[in-house]
Ligand binder design. Structure first.
Ligand code: SF4
Length: 326
């Protein structure tokens, strides 16, 4: 059998921390058991887990389409190319129609498609969703793009000189740094230096305002300060809610950074405690990664079949969707 050319090195990201906190079994399947599943000769279980872990749900899909579109708009502005809302919207719609068709026939099991999208859990688990739900998903994308174009951001981007652009959603291969010897992935959606010489990191959000995002942008601030050699307390961080039309500044100061680093160290220690061999990032036995007792978590999880929770997830979904009786 051909050896995999990669090693499963330990790294940290906000999304890894979330998975670790939400369900240890999901964490185990996502970061360990599915490893190597991209290989044609991979064992059946690793292959299945790998395909499943790549699936989006309709909310993450809408969010990623918006992010891709906004990234492309900013890159067009940076390159001096014209941008038109109608064109961007039409491209997003075509992309989502193609994505939907690819996913609905479950082609992700046999065909390569595009890096940012393989398919949807809703199709994998044959969830019976009315057309209205899919239309609403498109409306979320359309509304977010519409607000972005009417916001101050495109005009601000046009004022930036080449040296003021730091990065635009540069991806995993580029945006990472090392903290306490651990590789940390931190990919700001937009990072630039304003006219006063202040570095700014921006994170676009689709959907509703919720807690917990501050942590993510603090990580981006630390990344930008390390990579571009700014004092961290000089960085400004903003959360921009494209569907709510809201902007929220996150305080970046030494106290906030110390608190971030303490939570990071605690998170890494927890992840290392479930390793049999930290030097090779080899996990302990599967029993150390129990399935969550909160079945409502399974309702959107891609691993519900290998976990034997497909039926329970369907019931949890039905309960979540049932009209509430006052
Ligand atoms: S289906 Fe449930 S128990 Fe299994 S990994 Fe997903 S959230 Fe965890």
């Amino acid at each position: 059998m051909r050896r995999t050319p990669f090693t499963n090195d330990f790294s940290w990201s906000k999304s890894r921390h979330e998975k670790f906190s939400e369900c240890l079994r999901a964490y185990y399947l996502y970061y360990y058991r599915s490893w190597g599943g991209w290989e044609a000769e991979a064992p059946k279980e690793a292959r299945e887990l790998y395909v499943l872990k790549k699936l989006n749900n309709r909310y993450t899909w809408a969010g990623s389409v918006v992010h891709e579109c906004v990234r492309d708009v900013l890159l067009d502005i940076r390159a001096g190319r014209p941008v038109e809302l109608a064109e961007v919207e039409a491209r997003a719609r075509r992309l989502m129609q193609d994505d939907f068709r690819h996913s609905a026939k479950k082609a992700y099991w046999t065909q390569k498609y595009r890096k940012a999208f393989t398919g949807l859990v809703e199709h994998e688990y044959a969830e019976a969703l009315p057309d209205e739900v899919w239309k609403q998903n498109w409306e979320t994308v359309r509304a977010a793009l519409g607000w972005f174009f009417s916001s101050r951001w495109p005009a601000l981007a046009r004022t930036l000189k080449p040296a003021q652009w730091l990065e635009v959603d540069a991806g995993y291969d580029f945006s990472s740094f090392t903290l306490d010897g651990v590789k940390v992935f931190a990919i700001p959606d937009f990072a630039y230096v304003d006219e006063a010489g202040v570095p700014v990191v921006v994170d676009w959000k689709t959907g509703k305002v919720r807690d917990g995002y501050d942590e993510q942008v603090l990580g981006y601030a630390l990344y930008v300060s390390q990579r571009y050699k700014f004092p961290v307390e000089k960085v400004r961080a903003s959360l921009v809610y494209l569907n709510e039309g809201l902007e929220q500044d996150v305080q970046v100061d030494l106290t906030a950074m110390e608190a971030f680093k303490a939570r990071f160290a605690q998170s890494v220690a927890g992840m290392r405690a479930v390793l049999g061999d930290p030097a090779t990032n080899t996990p302990k036995d599967a029993t150390v990664f129990p399935m969550t007792e909160d079945v409502s978590q399974c309702a959107r999880c891609a691993f519900r079949r290998p976990c034997g929770r497909a039926e329970a997830a369907a019931q949890a979904q039905a309960q979540q969707q049932a009209p509430k009786v006052a």
